[in-house]
Design a protein around this ligand. Structure first.
Ligand code: NAP
Length: 333
């Protein structure tokens, strides 16, 4: 008798990636399992997730799907949760571990791509690229006399000190880029492990010394609000803050206040506390903020590799093999 195939709920059909890759990123999953695929571009709600996961052994999800303890406890047959992301703060890891469910993620394949976007934001914020672009488009640059010696003055990267908060894969990739730009690099990490070309400093020292601060820690209970009003207040006057890690690590309202008062020169942000932000958010009114809509890993090649890795993690979990990357390995021990 043929063995019953596992049932997997997939929260996104990945149809856009199929067009780019020329093949369905979910092909192998569809060949080896029964796939229940959420049909809409907008992801499932909490109630939809609860219903769709009934009888499923696998879940393949995105960062926009909130997989809380309620969902995990209600899905009694679940054997694996695989997220097409490196960050897993949208999944209740403790609840998954308590049920013995491995949670797969996709580190490594998006490291360089996210470091590239971090540098794009560092440069765009410090050299006022978005402001300049808006000025040209608006038609305000009409004659030679509109060009001034002191127009659009920014902050130099070369010779400046970059402070990296969190020296994981992406933090280290940003450090390598900064060395090429002639920056001094200081870094703080929980483990204190040494990284080539980076001077390890205390968190308070980093805030006091850095002309640029770039955030690369995971969002956890311990890093939530790490850059709160007090920490922002301890940054150098005229410094630039970049966050491509997660909203919630930075207190966005305190940051907006520091930017409005020009205590900080500028910020480059890919992530926000509560995404998407509304058009009435204080950042929207500030010229010295450059924003992107959580696109750190958004290159064609990287998104395809993330999709492949998340499929492989899902298949491994369903077949009782170790996942390629397990985000809750400590909790499962
Ligand atoms: P990683 O290699 O796992 O590094 C994670 C970093 O977070 C490490 O420095 C780790 O410190 C630190 N960390 C974890 N828990 C901590 C805690 N409780 N207290 C202090 N530090 C803690 O991950 P990565 O690939 O560099 O990615 C970093 C983060 O970037 C991800 O978690 C994700 O949220 C975000 N990200 C965003 C995008 C985007 O689209 N904007 C794309 C990719 C990633 P230790 O080294 O001391 O353990």
């Amino acid at each position: 008798m043929e063995k019953k195939r596992s049932l997997v709920f997939v929260t996104n059909a990945m149809a856009d990636l199929e067009g780019l890759a020329g093949e369905d990123p979910l092909r192998e999953l569809k060949e080896r399992c029964e796939c229940r695929i959420w049909p809409a571009a907008q992801g499932p709600s909490h109630a939809d997730l609860l219903e769709a996961l009934e009888g499923c052994q696998g879940l393949l999800c995105l960062i926009s799907d909130r997989i809380d303890a309620d969902i995990i406890r209600s899905s009694s047959e679940l054997k694996v949760i695989s997220s097409c992301s490196v960050g897993v703060d949208h999944i209740d890891l403790a609840a998954a571990s308590a049920q013995g469910i491995p949670v797969g993620n996709t580190p490594g394949v998006l490291t360089e791509t996210t470091a590239d976007l971090t540098f794009a934001l560092l440069l765009a914020a410090s050299r006022r690229v978005a402001e300049g672009d808006a000025y040209v488009r608006s038609g305000k640059w009409k004659s030679d006399s509109d060009w001034g010696l002191a127009s659009f003055l920014g902050v130099d990267l070369h010779g400046a000190t970059l402070g990296i908060v969190g020296l994981g894969g992406i933090g280290q990739a940003v450090a390598r880029r900064a060395q090429g730009f002639g920056m001094r690099v200081v870094g703080w990490s929980r483990s204190g492990d040494s990284v080539p070309g980076v001077e390890n400093v205390e968190f308070s020292e980093l805030l006091a010394e850095a002309d640029f601060v770039s955030i690369h820690v995971a969002l956890t209970q311990e890093t939530l609000g790490l850059l709160d009003a007090r920490a922002i207040g301890r940054m150098k006057r005229g410094a630039v803050l970049v966050n491509t890690a997660r909203g919630g690590i930075v207190d966005d309202l305190a940051l907006a206040e520091a930017l409005a008062e020009k205590r900080l020169a500028a910020a480059g942000l890919d992530v926000f506390d509560g995404e998407p932000i509304g058009s009435d958010h204080p950042f929207v009114r500030l010229d010295n903020v450059v924003m992107t809509p959580h696109i750190g890993s958004a290159s064609t090649r990287t998104r395809l590799r993330m999709a492949q890795l998340s499929v492989q993690n899902c298949l491994a979990g369903l077949e009782g093999r170790p996942l390629i990357h397990t985000a809750n390995s400590e909790g499962l021990r």
